[in-house]
Design a protein around this ligand. Structure first.
Ligand SMILES: [Zn+2]
Length: 333
């Protein structure tokens, strides 16, 4: 009995991590895995499993596997109504299929980002799908809980001020090009569905995700900005490794971010590594989780050597720490 109690306590955080909702339809079972409590800047990930034992669908399902579906996130207003405009929207994509003689299972994933400025309170994740010749609507309640973000003022010297206020066509072109990459959703790009590994074993962080910043320029002027990633205070020359399996979609020297790498991991989901001194990967190459991307440095706009690690989902910067947990609910009982 005692042993069991200890085991239960050890497993408790795992169970607390995700919730699930199961619905038995006439011809199939629908199960959604999700997180009940999120914070501003976290993504809303939903894992959806469709399962059937019905003979009439099994044959058909082989040929026409993907169910149409999308997620819309709405804020729940005081009167119990949903806010008119959706906070976020995303499509489902297939991450796994399992076709057996008497049983088929299709696993889909969808993810929407929540801004670091998202309002706190009650929300509803509205799932719409077409599966097994049936249209379904499922609403899942969740909460956005409070999170404190740091505010800081960063004095920039003349050369960093020059980078930050650079309006050259070259810099504008670089920004436009990266935005075009981050705005691309390839629904076949399903490369990583297990927890990300931090890009460095270093634990010293010099800046955090979502820091509200004021840059104080050397000319007395200033501007505000949001810190999109995590800064690790590592000496130049430290190894930088890919946080997950994926495709190198950018590997180049940029005015603001220095030597930079961008990896595509899932549809609309990218990781970024900035201010490096050396790159060891090339555009178009596939990398494994933990594979060496290059060495850290202080190139671009940097007040000292560090590694900037950032994750973008549908253009929006999301909390990188969220991604080091089981974001796709791939480990199950
Ligand atoms: Zn940074």
């Amino acid at each position: 009995m005692k042993k069991f109690a200890v085991l239960f306590l050890l497993l408790l955080p795992l169970f607390a991590f995700s919730e699930s909702k199961r619905i038995e339809y006439e011809d199939f079972t629908f199960t959604a895995f999700y997180r009940q409590n999120l914070q501003p800047g976290d993504p809303v990930f939903l894992r959806l499993e469709f399962e059937t034992y019905k003979k009439k669908f099994i044959k058909k399902f082989k040929a026409n596997f993907i169910e149409a579906g999308n997620l819309e996130v709405y804020r729940l207003l005081d009167e119990g109504k949903l806010e008119e405009k959706a906070t976020a929207k995303s499509k489902f994509y297939n991450i796994e299929k399992n076709v057996e003689k008497k049983h088929v299972k299709s696993v889909l994933l969808t993810a929407s980002p929540l801004s670091t400025w998202a309002k706190l309170g009650d929300y509803v994740a509205k799932i719409e799908f077409v599966a097994f010749e049936r249209r379904g609507v499922v609403e899942i309640p969740f909460k956005i809980c409070e999170k404190e973000f740091i505010s800081e003022t960063i004095p920039l010297n003349a050369s960093n001020t020059k980078i930050r206020t650079n309006t050259s066509s070259e810099r504008m072109e670089q920004i436009k090009r990266l935005n075009a990459i981050l705005d691309t959703k390839n629904y076949d790009a399903v490369y990583e569905t297990s927890s990300f590994a931090p890009p460095t074993p270093a634990t010293r962080r010099t800046s955090f995700f979502g820091d509200r910043r004021v840059f104080a320029y050397s000319n007395g002027k200033s501007s505000t900005s949001l810190h999109y990633g995590i800064d690790y205070g590592v000496p130049s020359g430290s190894e930088v490794r890919s946080c997950g399996r994926g495709k190198v979609v950018m590997a180049e020297d940029r005015i603001t971010t220095g030597w930079s790498v961008c990896i595509e991991h899932l549809p609309g989901l990218y990781s970024l590594y900035y201010h490096m001194s050396q790159l060891d990967v090339q555009l178009g190459q596939m990398v494994e989780k933990g594979e060496l991307l290059g060495l850290s440095g202080a190139t671009g706009l940097a007040t000292g050597p560090h590694l900037h690690w950032e994750i973008r989902l549908n253009m929006e910067a999301i909390n990188p720490d969220f991604m080091t947990e089981d974001f796709a609910f791939s480990v199950q009982e």
